[in-house]
Design a protein around this ligand. Structure first.
Ligand SMILES: [Zn+2]
Length: 378
């Protein structure tokens, strides 16, 4: 039987999951509610096993209001799957999105039926190895995802109008949730990362493409039309694949950077080569990395000016360029200082690997499922 939780109770459970265990008294203070209200909200959560009292013996004379309440992270399992054109990255996590198991498999083809089979196989293996109930499966893809159901357009997979969630749900008998990959990463930062202590922040990822996620007043703002990846940087800059001159993608994407350095050295280079050469002081690579970091700084400035967010998390497989080119990044960021950009440095650099994308997919499932009490194991 499905149990319905009042919104206030959900908020308490989420607050404890995101910000850690606290006593009823502290929670009431943090959430601005009265002690009796808080106690009433906590009651169904304790009954359902969503929350537990972490210390059965309260300190003498202080009563139950001082007993810390916590979630039970290891009572929950989630699977996160991130698709790329060639590879399926999958992880199993607990409720705090800590990775417990992982698998990386080659996708034999981009054909929809084949991808559905590959994903349901890997989810099946992770579930068997988990050896217990999995509460939700989150799947993310690069591209436009509509209503959590449809991959409307994915240039990476070469898909259009694919009702992917329903196709997966027909094969996987656990609730399945579908989202854009940058949305998954942004939600992971919101609950379990650098966004945890900010109600407003933006995430910019660099790698093969440029991703942009935005959270305002603790809510995710849809940013599906890639407003940052083709932001104008320099009208005399290089061409991007869409034909723009000097847009973000023409500077910071890995294909743009490897092409520019490859051309200078008249040989093909990998993205790692570009960064290694820049670090060794190779003039061409250094210039390409600095120009990319400068463009990234301009994007940071534009985002802070337009949204007012005080924190910008830079991440993605290519984020090392921001570390190598930190001086150029700051120069770009401060070129046109506004009220916000001239204040404290908003930039947080968070290196990451591909499993981080899969973890972001797991967080899509965590946010969708938690804290439905009927999904908790008895
Ligand atoms: Zn462009």
């Amino acid at each position: 039987m499905s149990t319905h939780l009042p919104d206030g109770a959900r908020a308490v459970a989420i607050d404890i999951l995101v910000h850690g265990p606290r006593s009823r008294a502290q929670l009431a203070k943090d959430m601005g509610s009265s002690a009796p209200t808080l106690t009433r909200l906590v009651k169904p959560l304790l009954a359902a096993g969503v929350l537990v009292e972490t210390d059965a013996v309260p300190s003498p004379g202080r009563g139950r209001s001082s007993v810390p309440l916590d979630v039970v992270p290891d009572a929950w399992r989630f699977v996160g799957v991130k698709l790329t054109s060639e590879t399926v990255y999958a992880v199993t996590t607990n409720l705090r999105a800590e990775v417990l198991d992982a698998e990386t498999v080659d996708a034999p083809s981009r054909e929809v039926a084949s991808v559905v089979a590959t994903v349901s196989d890997v989810v099946g293996r992770l579930r068997r190895r988990a050896g217990r109930q999995v509460h939700g499966v989150g799947v993310t893809v690069g591209g436009l995802v509509e209503d959590g159901e449809m991959v409307a357009h994915s240039p990476f997979l070469d898909w259009a109008e694919v009702p992917f969630r329903g196709l997966l749900a027909a094969e996987i008998d656990v609730p399945v949730f579908l989202a854009n990959d940058v949305v998954g990463l942004t939600r992971a930062q919101q609950w379990f990362g650098h966004g945890r202590d900010s109600r407003d922040f933006a995430l910019v990822t660099v790698g093969a493409g440029v991703g942009y996620g935005l959270v305002m007043d603790d809510r995710l703002v849809p940013t599906t039309v890639a407003p940052v990846s083709h932001l104008a940087i320099d009208p005399h800059g290089p061409l991007c694949s869409w034909g723009h001159r000097g847009c973000m993608s023409s500077y910071v994407t890995s294909p743009a950077m490897t092409a520019a350095v490859g051309q200078a050295h008249r040989r093909s280079v990998t993205y790692d080569d570009v960064l290694a050469l820049a670090e060794e002081g190779d003039a061409a690579a250094r210039r390409v990395v600095d120009e990319a970091a400068h463009a990234l700084g301009r994007a940071v400035s534009a985002i802070t000016s337009l949204t007012g967010v005080a924190r910008i998390i830079l991440s993605g497989e290519g984020v090392r360029l921001a570390e190598l080119g930190r001086a150029a990044l700051d120069a770009g960021r401060l070129e046109y200082p506004g009220a916000r950009t001239s204040a404290a440095d908003p930039v947080v650099i968070r290196p990451m690997g591909f499993l981080e994308w899969a973890r972001g997919a797991a967080v899509i499932a965590i946010q969708a499922v938690f804290p439905q009490p009927d999904t908790v194991l008895p």
